[in-house]
Design a protein around this ligand. Structure first.
Ligand code: E4P
Length: 242
């Protein structure tokens, strides 16, 4: 059970973040974190999908060439689709980014949060190409991504939780910093592992959550809904038919 002390810290993080991040918010967008076209189609059919994030590990699972995967996804989803570069120097990143950006108008270039990545982000932003700066694990990294003009920054909450660090505290810190200085970079909560990550992201006022298909399904599920529906349907059988 959560201690009173932990609960108080938690509440103050939520308050601080939501107080400082109300600018520029319409709602929290839902991206799906997968390269699996069947999952993307299913989520899109729900009518709730705003975009897609992929990464090299997710693309590898499909067993298909990267461009083919992106073309398939962009046929289904018209919102932002993140495609990650694999070069580790700015020149290589820019060459990859310019090729990926030709695949479709809604491609967003995903760039690792390293010095070379920040350089590439600044150049792409100046060229009008959207970026998602990924592998963010600290608030000062996120601050630099915003200064480089990133469209999105992706803090990985689940991977921080994995090393005994509260991932959602990072989201709160970033939202506070961005709110202090009116940065336009959107906070894209990544490495989401369960519905509580999504709940806290929305309570803090994050701009986007990228969510695995399994967790999107969990968000809609409640045992009392299932029990209630079963009871209504059973009782309906007792109603005399016209
Ligand atoms: C973000 O865009 C990444 O693709 C992703 O959220 C990483 O999640 P993981 O830590 O579950 O691999």
């Amino acid at each position: 059970m959560e201690s009173v002390y932990a609960a108080a810290i938690h509440d103050s993080l939520l308050d601080a973040a939501s107080a400082s991040s109300k600018e520029n918010l319409t709602n929290m967008k839902i991206f799906i974190d997968t390269a699996d076209i069947n999952e993307i189609r299913d989520a899109n059919d729900m009518g709730l999908l705003d975009g897609v994030t992929t990464n090299p590990s997710l693309v590898a699972k499909t067993g298909k060439p990267f461009t083919e995967v992106l073309e398939e996804i962009c046929e289904v989803v018209k919102g932002p689709v993140s495609a990650e570069v694999v070069s580790t120097d700015a020149v290589g990143m820019l060459a990859e980014a310019r090729e990926l950006a030709k695949v479709a108008d809604n491609i967003v270039i995903k760039i690792p949060l390293i010095t070379e990545g920040l350089k590439a982000t600044r150049t792409l932003t100046d060229e009008g190409i959207k970026t998602n700066v990924t592998l963010c694990f600290s608030p000062t990294q996120a601050w630099l991504a915003a200064k480089a003009g990133a469209t999105y920054v992706s803090p990985f909450v689940g991977r921080l939780d994995d090393v005994s660090t509260e991932g959602m505290a990072l989201i709160s810190q970033i939202l506070t910093i961005y709110g202090n200085y009116d940065f336009e970079t959107q906070v894209l909560v990544a490495s989401v592992r369960h519905p509580v990550h999504v709940l806290e992201a929305a309570m803090m006022g994050a701009h986007v959550a990228t969510i695995p298909f399994k967790v999107i399904a969990q968000l809609a599920k409640h045992p009392l809904t299932d029990i209630g529906l079963e009871r209504f349907l059973a009782d309906w059988q007792k109603v005399p038919k016209d």
